[in-house]
Write a protein that binds this ligand. Structure first.
Ligand code: PEP
Ligand code: MN
Length: 272
């Protein structure tokens, strides 16, 4: 079934001074970049313990009336922040036009859950030769996720990170159901790094810290987290957005689990 997934081997992608797949990665930032000031306000507070800065510019909102992002004007704000703190950046592309705008300047291209089945977009993303963060669709099986990744791998781009972000079940207490069984299964099935996004799974910031700890214990290679300097005022996904101090506590906890349970050097800077 798979030609490009080799269990047993582990893929490692170097980016700046991090080795994705080897070092544990904290990718964090606002769901949506709202303005230059807002981006700087949140990243100024979290940069010491974040390896990759996330920030959505083009938002796939369920409601057409919701804030849909600042668009391409935010690319320069993100690259400025990236250079200032020497942190790579991850941004989602919803279509080929956005890919063309992002690829020259953005280190990691995110393909969101809704586009996991968009095979022409996967092929176009592969052609950028950037690292691709591929999120699992909320109704996709593990095999469908792996085959979506193969659409990128077979185009000659080996740099794919898989991301579990919760699936739809009958449960309504959480926004989605974080499928850590899938993380454990993926660890056996593929060499690709596996990130976990507890923010979109939980839909509630108070649930994010325990899900982070569980994801690390399940073997995740990184976390994708939404953080806002004032979550109550966020234009997108405020209820699930962590405050900078909540993120800091998560980093302390993750570090403790990694070093204690896995004897793994997290390279998370908790001495700030
Ligand atoms: C996101 O990470 O910004 C996002 C929209 O997530 P998902 O595609 O998992 O819904
Ligand atoms: Mn979001």
């Amino acid at each position: 079934m798979y030609e490009k997934h080799y269990p047993g081997h582990k893929s490692v992608f170097k980016l700046n001074d991090i080795a994705i797949g080897e070092d544990f990665v904290i990718a964090a930032g606002p769901c949506a970049v709202e303005s230059e000031q807002q981006l700087k306000a949140v990243i100024n507070q979290i940069y010491p313990y974040v390896h990759v800065v996330r920030g959505g510019l083009f938002k796939a909102r369920t409601s057409p009336h919701a804030f849909s992002g600042v668009g391409s004007s935010g690319i320069d704000w993100l690259t400025e922040v990236s250079q200032k703190y020497d942190k790579p950046v991850v941004v989602e592309a919803l279509d080929r036009e956005q890919l063309a705008l992002l690829a020259p300047k953005i280190d990691i291209i995110q393909i969101g859950a809704r586009n996991m089945y968009n095979y022409p977009l996967l092929a176009a993303a592969a052609a950028t030769e950037r690292i691709i963060l591929l999120k699992r669709h909320f109704a996709a099986t593990v095999d469908e996720l792996l085959l979506a990744a193969e659409h990128i791998l077979t185009q000659g781009n080996p740099n794919v990170i898989l991301c579990e972000r919760g699936i739809r079940t009958f449960e309504t207490r959480t926004r989605n159901c974080l499928d850590l069984g899938a993380v454990a299964a993926l660890k056996q099935l593929t060499h690709l790094p596996i990130f976990v996004d507890p923010s979109h799974a939980a839909g509630d910031a108070s649930l994010v810290p325990p899900l982070c700890r569980a994801a690390v214990a399940a073997g995740a290679d990184g976390l994708l987290l939404e953080v806002h300097q004032a979550p109550a005022k966020a234009l997108s996904d405020g209820p699930q957005s962590l405050t900078p101090s909540q993120l800091k506590q998560i980093c302390v906890d993750v570090n403790a689990i990694l070093s204690g349970v896995f004897c793994r050097d997290s390279r998370i800077n908790v001495e700030f």
